[in-house]
Design a protein around this ligand. Structure first.
Ligand code: PMP
Length: 422
C-alpha cells in the first residue's frame, strides 16, 4: 500500500504532510484509544513507536499458520518460517544498503548489538593502554558495556564533549583521536536531545586515525534514510520497536571482514558447524552470532515494518517530523520559564525541556491525565543531563502519524498543567 499523496513533496516548512496522513493513521489501531477519557496523543516515540496493523498481523499469521523452528527442519512449516525469517535479513540489507545480507546479525535490540561488539570484537582487540571514544550524548547502552569491559581489560574510555546546543564538539573529537584510539562508539541521533551527529565525517576521521566506528542508529533509522556504505560505518545497530516494528528484535550490521574475524560471544545451537567433546567449530557469519532459537515472529514482523516504513518513505517522514518539531518548538517558546535542551542545528524530532517552578515528573503525570503521553526522566542519558545541570527533562518525540493538532493539544495541556503546578 502506498501512502504517498498525488502532489509532489512540498518545502520542509510546509504544514501539509507529504503523505496521506489520515490514511496512514488508519494503520494504527492504538491511535483510536482514549486515555483517561481523552483521545490519546502519543508523543513518546523515541522510547517506542506504535505498531501498524500489517505488522501486528504478522503475529497472528505466523502463530496460526507456520509456527516452526527455523534452519533445522525439513518439513513445510520449518521451510516457510525459515524463508520468512531470512527474508527479513534481505529486507534489512536493502534498508541499510548493506552489501550482503550475511552482514546482518539479528539481536534482541540495539543494547544487545552493542554488547555483542563489546564482548566479541572488544575482548579480541582491546588491550591495556588502548582508548575507546564515546560521546557525551550517548545512551547508557553505549556507555555501560564499554565501562564493564574497560574494568576487565584496562583500556581507557574517553568522552567527546558537546557544546551548549548539545552538538558534538568536532574540534575536540579530532584532538581526542590518536594512535591509541581503537574504536569510536557514537549515536547517529541522540535520544535525549535529537542531535544528529555527523557520523560520515566522524567515520572518516576515525579511519584516518586507524580506529573503527560503531554507530548506534536506534534513533536514526525511524527518521531518515540510512546507507551504511555511504557512512562507511564499521558497525551499525538499531532496534525494531523504534521503527514501527516489535520489541525483542534488533540488528547489528558489520563489515564482513570484521564479523568474520570476530569470535562468537554466546555458545549454543545454531551457531556451530560441528560439536564434539574435543572441541567445536563455528558456523559462518551471521549464524555464528545467533546462538539459540531467535525471536522468529518478531524478526518476520520487523521485515514487515521496514516494508511499511519504506512504503511511506523515510525522507517524507523526516520532513513531516521537522514540520511538527518547528510547530512544537514555537509553541513551547511561548510558555513562561521554558528551557529547551538540545538546540543543535538540523536536529531530529525530539524536544527535551524543563520549566521553571514545575518538576518534569509532575508535568508528565498531569498531562497523562489529559491523554498526552510524553516521557519524563533522564532518558538513559544521565551524563548528558548532569552536564546540562538537570536530573530530568520532559521529552516529546514525533513519529510519522503525529499531527499538528496533536502538537496544539500538547502545548495547551502543558500550559494548563504548568499553571496548576506553579
Ligand atoms: N540507543 C539509543 C540512542 C536509544 O534511544 C535506545 C533506546 N532508548 C537504545 C540505544 C537502546 O535500545 P534498546 O532498549 O531497544 O536496546
Amino acid at each position: 500500500m502506498s501512502h504517498t499523496a498525488a502532489e509532489p513533496l512540498s518545502a520542509a516548512a510546509s504544514s501539509k504532510p507529504p503523505f496521506d496522513l489520515t490514511r496512514l493513521r488508519g494503520d494504527f489501531p492504538v491511535l483510536e484509544r482514549q486515555v483517561h477519557g481523552k483521545a490519546l496523543v502519543y508523543l513518546d516515540n523515541a522510547a517506542t513507536s506504535q505498531t501498524p496493523q500489517p505488522v501486528i498481523d504478522v503475529f497472528n499469521d505466523y502463530y496460526s499458520r507456520y509456527n516452526a523452528n527455523i534452519h533445522r527442519g525439513l518439513h513445510t512449516l520449518a521451510d516457510e518460517a525459515t524463508a520468512a525469517f531470512e527474508g527479513t535479513r534481505e529486507s534489512v540489507r536493502g534498508f541499510l544498503n548493506a552489501p550482503d545480507a550475511r552482514q546482518v546479525v539479528f539481536t534482541r535490540g540495539t543494547t544487545e548489538a552493542i554488547n555483542l561488539v563489546a564482548n566479541s570484537w572488544g575482548r579480541a582487540n582491546l588491550a591495556p593502554g588502548d582508548e575507546v571514544l564515546v560521546s557525551m550524548l550517548e545512551h547508557h547502552s553505549n556507555i555501560v558495556p564499554w565501562q564493564l569491559l574497560a574494568r576487565e581489560i584496562g583500556f581507557t574510555l574517553r568522552v567527546i564533549p558537546v557544546d551548549d546546543n548539545g552538538a558534538l564538539d568536532m574540534a575536540a573529537y579530532r584532538t581526542l583521536l590518536n594512535e591509541r584510539t581503537r574504536l569510536v562508539a557514537v549515536n547517529h541521533v541522540s535520544n535525549a536531545f535529537g542531535t544528529v551527529n555527523p557520523v560520515a565525517d566522524m567515520a572518516a576521521a576515525a579511519h584516518r586515525a586507524g580506529a573503527l566506528i560503531l554507530v548506534d542508529g536506534a534513533q536514526a533509522v525511524p527518521h531518515q534514510p540510512v546507507d551504511v556504505q555511504a557512512l562507511d560505518a564499521d558497525f551499525y545497530a538499531f532496534s525494531g520497536h523504534k521503527v514501527y516494528g516489535p520489541t525483542g528484535v534488533g540488528v547489528l550490521y558489520g563489515k564482513r571482514e570484521l564479523l568474520e574475524a570476530m569470535p562468537p560471544w554466546q555458545g549454543g545451537g545454531e551457531m556451530i558447524a560441528t560439536v564434539s567433546f574435543a572441541g567445536s567449530t563455528f558456523a559462518e557469519v551471521p549464524h555464528k552470532f545467533e546462538a539459540g532459537t531467535p525471536a522468529i515472529a518478531e524478526v518476520i514482523a520487523l521485515g514487515r515494518a521496514l516494508e511499511w516504513v519504506q512504503s511511506v518513505g523515510l525522507a517524507a517522514i523526516g520532513q513531516w517530523e521537522q514540520t511538527l518539531l518547528a510547530h512544537a518548538t514555537s509553541g513551547l517558546e511561548e510558555i513562561d520559564g521554558m528551557r529547551i535542551l538540545g538546540t543543535a542545528p538540523g536536529k531530529a524530532g525530539v524536544l527535551s525541556f524543563v520549566v521553571d517552578g514545575a518538576h518534569a515528573q509532575d508535568i508528565g503525570l498531569l498531562i497523562d491525565q489529559l491523554g498526552v503521553a510524553i516521557r519524563t526522566g533522564h532518558h538513559c542519558a544521565q551524563p548528558l543531563l548532569h552536564h546540562f545541570g538537570v536530573e530530568a527533562t520532559c521529552r516529546a518525540s514525533f513519529a510519522a502519524y503525529n499531527t499538528l493538532e496533536e502538537v496544539d493539544t500538547l502545548i495547551a495541556a502543558l500550559d494548563r498543567v504548568i499553571g496548576m503546578l506553579r
